[in-house]
Design a protein around this ligand. Structure first.
Ligand SMILES: [Zn+2]
Ligand SMILES: [Zn+2]
Length: 382
């Protein structure tokens, strides 16, 4: 099959046509990919900024149709969805979103109701494999690893059934794809972690897919003002077009306070979200939010980064600084909520798509991402 691969950290992305994909085993499904979003993490994997097994088939934010199911029930993490988890059963022909951390519904974290931290499924995204440790992909006789356990810049992908969530008929492929990572991460940071009160002022650092989704959801749940901060003018324009109250160029705390006061009349911030993954933005958010306010770190910083916060104020200000992995999303619980918001017009995910490209142009899409051009590119693969 055709797929976009990278041979070594920092190497070129090439689209090849000689990748072999396994038949699905028990508890797995073979999915024909319809569309895949190009996410910042794909760039981090390709560039080597994020250490990962190579050679690698890129792509992890995707949607497709089930073309075959493996025989037998498989293990718990493979079958949670099919066994009637909140997402319901899936069948051949169903359109699905692919999720990189399929909750097993049996481990300590799943039993606590925190399927997003499933102890068993993290192995997929950490090691670039399926749950059983194989990659299910080969090229030239060698195994090919799966980006974040998926590898969706390809015509086909084998997935654990528990990592599939059925897509309503009226949700287009580009929208479903974006719910596989970036949009869900930004949305979940608001719904599951920041949890702003109605009327709160929410500041989001970063106008890429994650940040814009966080801003849209903050508006949908009744924030009093939603402010996107990004040095790239095109992304500020996109934020305003999507309904942000204000879009600021940013800078140090003094500069941002000045920009906030000019835009909103005052500079009181209840919630700050770092959707970029830079330690200084977490620290800036901590300075900006009011006493008792909330700072959410949803972007992933570089491996050697350290967040520095003022010691006394950490205690005395009563501000909460919260980590947030993948939006705290349990796919079977949360993706249906996000489909519902999209269907009633409160979450116009389609407007986050700034470009469509064929699979052959995956290298160009990653170059756009590296240059900060556009919000989200979707590769149309079917
Ligand atoms: Zn992603
Ligand atoms: Zn689990």
């Amino acid at each position: 099959m055709r797929a976009a691969v990278v041979a070594a950290p920092g190497g070129d992305v090439t689209v090849v046509d000689d990748v072999e994909v396994d038949e699905p085993r028990a508890g797995e499904a073979l999915v024909a990919v319809d569309a895949a979003g190009v996410c910042g993490t794909d760039r981090s994997l390709q560039s080597g900024a994020m250490a990962y097994p190579m050679p690698l088939l890129l792509g992890h934010e995707a949607t497709g149709r089930i073309v075959a199911l493996g025989d037998g029930p498989g293990d718990a993490a493979g079958t949670a969805g099919a066994a009637g988890g909140a997402g319901g059963a899936v069948a051949v022909g169903d359109r699905v979103v692919l999720w990189m951390r399929p909750p097993c519904r049996a481990c300590r974290m799943c039993v606590r109701g925190q399927g997003e931290l499933c102890e068993r499924s993290g192995v997929m995204s950490a090691r670039g494999t399926l749950l059983d440790g194989r990659t299910g992909l080969r090229r030239g006789g060698e195994p090919l690893y799966r980006a974040l356990g998926i590898g969706a810049f390809a015509e086909r992908v084998v997935m654990p059934v528990g990592g599939l969530v059925a897509v309503p008929d009226d949700v287009p492929p580009a929208v479903a794809a974006l719910l596989g990572c970036g949009v869900a991460t930004g949305a979940g940071a608001v719904l599951n972690v920041a949890r702003p009160a109605v009327g709160d002022v929410v500041v989001v650092f970063g106008g890429g897919g994650v940040g814009q989704a966080a801003a849209l959801v903050a508006a949908a749940v009744g924030a009093g003002a939603v402010v996107v901060v990004d040095p790239v003018a095109e992304r500020r324009d996109a934020a305003l077009a999507l309904g942000a109250t204000a879009a600021l160029a940013g800078g140090d705390a003094r500069a941002v306070r000045g920009q906030l006061a000019e835009a909103l009349g005052e500079a009181v911030v209840d919630v700050a979200i770092d959707a970029v993954g830079r330690p200084e933005l977490v620290a800036l958010g901590h300075r900006l939010v009011r006493q008792g306010g909330t700072v959410v770190a949803v972007g992933v910083p570089a491996a050697d980064a350290t967040v520095t916060l003022p010691g006394p104020l950490l205690t005395l200000s009563h501000k909460r600084v919260l980590g947030c992995f993948m939006g705290g999303i349990d796919p079977h619980r949360d993706l249906p909520r996000l489909f519902a918001l999209y269907r009633r017009g409160a979450l116009p995910i389609d407007r986050l798509v700034s470009a469509h490209r064929p699979l052959a142009e995956a290298p160009d899409a990653l170059a756009d991402l590296a240059a900060g051009r556009g919000v989200r590119t979707v590769l149309d693969i079917a």
